[in-house]
Design a protein around this ligand. Sequence first.
Ligand SMILES: Cc1cc2nc3c(=O)[nH]c(=O)nc-3n(C[C@H](O)[C@H](O)[C@H](O)COP(=O)(O)O)c2cc1C
Length: 512
Amino acid sequence: MTENHDIEATLKYHNATKHSYASVRANPHFLDFANQPLPFKIYPTLEPSRLPDEMRQTGVAALSAIAQSVPAETDASPDLKAIAQLLYLSAGITRQRKYSGGEIYFRAAACTGALYEVELYLVCGELSDLPAGVYHFAPAEFGLRKLRAGDYRSLLVEATSGEPAIAHAPLTIVCTCTYWRNAWKYQDRTYRHFGWDNGTLLANLLAVATALGLPAKVVCGFVDDRVNSLLDVDSRREVAFSLVALGHGSAISSQPPAEISPLGLETVPLSRHEVDYPLMREMHAASSLHSTEEVAAWRGRTPLMSFPPPAGPVSQLQPLSDDEMPRDAVEQVILRRGSSRKFARTPITLPQLSTILDRGTRGVPADFLDPLGTQLNHLYLIVHAVEGLEPGAYFFDRDRKLLEYLKRGDSRDVAGYLGLEQQLPADAAVDIFFLADLRPILQRFGNRGYRAVQLEAGILGGKCYLAAYAQRLGATGLTFYDDDVTRFFSPHAEGKSAIFLVALGNSVKRQS
Ligand SMILES: Cc1cc2nc3c(=O)[nH]c(=O)nc-3n(C[C@H](O)[C@H](O)[C@H](O)COP(=O)(O)O)c2cc1C
């Protein structure tokens, strides 16, 4: 048995990082603002080259872009303008706000604590206006720093054991996550946040790729050490989490280098000192893949999860028709997005909710979701104020496109409690909880399945954000009391684990 298949590691991590009423009160952690990490990775010895900041207006409706993907074998290659657009609309600085302790640079995608632990790197062949190389995206300068010159894509082909999308991609974006930047606030639970925050970013990236006519595929199966050494990250601090193959061209034929030389580049320390949380690094080590054979065996069919026909009353989804669908373009919607800080207790409509559920869950192109359209997470809802639906708890039966009524009644107080005693889930019109049965997922994918299930929840949550903002509604990601969530939705949710939560509704605008 490989280390990845010793799934006790995931169960240990997952159980140890659950939030509960008692665990939150027993935690003495406080935010040490004097030691707050920098939100950017800075290579002081490398000059960034600025990316073009003129945005192409794709005009592609956000509600279409999140629901579709470009067929895998469509020949397409991004130019520098397209790359700039992909980077800006997934990880660029879209707003900034001063506060007493300094300035927050908000990014295109939602991120826990606005701490932005996800870094992006490009690995590309010779493109029309960008030389082959390995680059780091610098959001503060909106530029690229060249880390290596030359075509290193064959190394990714090898590391992914010949994953076809990577083997044909003119460009692959590697997403890494930096422990300390998020653990400063969230401690050991940070490893879950890697999936969530990488996921919301990918929801934007995938939608923009679709709008630009680029095939895209998320790849989670790779030999960790090989990818980390290509980027020369210090893997005690920063680790590759996901890859996104972009575009399609002729297959890469060169041999990967046997050895990859370290770069030894200086980076600016994030804080005066860093606090180590060993659990999250253990979780990463236990879910690492060590050989191409292991990767090849990892990739493949997703365990199928079917549900018995609904036992209780149901409501059919009623998504807006194409004629009624808001057509705001994806770039416009991403720039408008921000997490709701307060919800009005006013209703949304069943067609609005149905559109979010339908468009947000039509499938993610990913190597752990085979065939396209399979899904690891299940959606459970607490409805407070949706015209056309009784308040109560529901299960979203995606295959049958209906909501199964589980429990009747006003649950605003319960929802507020489940969402870590915050006001947002109590005031929202509806709360969507993502739950997963970890057993078949871990059995099939080992500990690496835990990365996949968190990442998928983040992507689906990110799509819900965009589907809400496309309809001029508000949304926010939220954290939760794990076991209380499962208990609330049981017996239907018996045995499942709470993975993520998104609240939706009408935002109350900030008064300033
Ligand atoms: C996975 C996730 C969990 C979040 N959890 C909370 C939360 O528990 N409470 C909260 O007020 N905001 C939460 N947020 C919202 C973030 O604070 C917000 O995304 C961040 O401050 C950046 O702001 P923006 O989304 O407006 O760009 C969460 C966001 C994400 C993506």
